[in-house]
Design a protein around this ligand. Structure first.
Ligand code: S3P
Length: 172
């Protein structure tokens, strides 16, 4: 990894549809370091996430995800994790050495963002209700790994990205 990527690496965590990918991409551009989306890495290597869940189960997905997080962190950059990555103890341990930004969002703001599908844990009736229950169940893990928190519900993603990049530069 470059010395800039090493110096400025940061991790984004948070519930599904909190904006981890869109904010992360912008933060990486502002900091001039690579952007890595660990879900995309898993999909590139192993195929679509719904198919992995259906064929091998969630715990297998968490193992693949943990390996992708470890590889991403060793490369350095802005690393955006899937919403459930923090449920895995091994993944949480990998995060301890890095600045971690917890992106929050309200159920009201998330309703439109989750309409597209492709998230096996939200399939079925009442996706916002499911999303809310899953977020509440995981909140303690997010708080456990987080160095700071930004809410993405009401402000443009580029503004939030600017603030996160400024926060990260201050830490470096
Ligand atoms: C999951 C979130 C998804 C993806 C998978 C499982 C979760 O990522 O990793 O569907 O358990 O919350 P996003 O947070 O990018 O939707």
């Amino acid at each position: 990894m470059t010395s800039e990527a090493e110096r400025l690496t940061l991790v984004l965590v948070g519930p599904m549809a909190a904006g981890k990918t869109s904010v992360g991409r912008r933060v990486a551009r502002k900091l001039g370091i690579p952007f890595i989306d660990t879900d995309k890495r898993v999909v590139a290597a192993h195929g679509p996430i719904p198919a992995i869940f259906a064929e091998f189960g969630e715990s297998h997905f968490r193992e693949l995800e943990r390996d992708a997080v470890a590889a991403a962190l060793s490369e350095g950059g802005v690393v955006s994790l899937g919403g459930g990555a923090v449920t895995d103890e091994g993944t949480r341990a990998l995060l301890r050495k890095h600045p971690v930004v917890f992106l929050t969002v309200t159920p009201e703001a998330v309703a439109d963002r989750i309409a597209g599908g492709g998230r096996p844990l939200l399939e079925g009736e009442d996706p916002v209700g499911r999303w809310t229950r899953i977020f509440e169940a995981r909140r303690g893990w997010y708080e456990d790994v987080a160095s700071t928190t930004f809410d993405t519900s009401r402000r443009p993603m580029h503004r939030i990205a600017e603030e996160i990049a400024a926060w990260r530069r201050e830490q470096a």
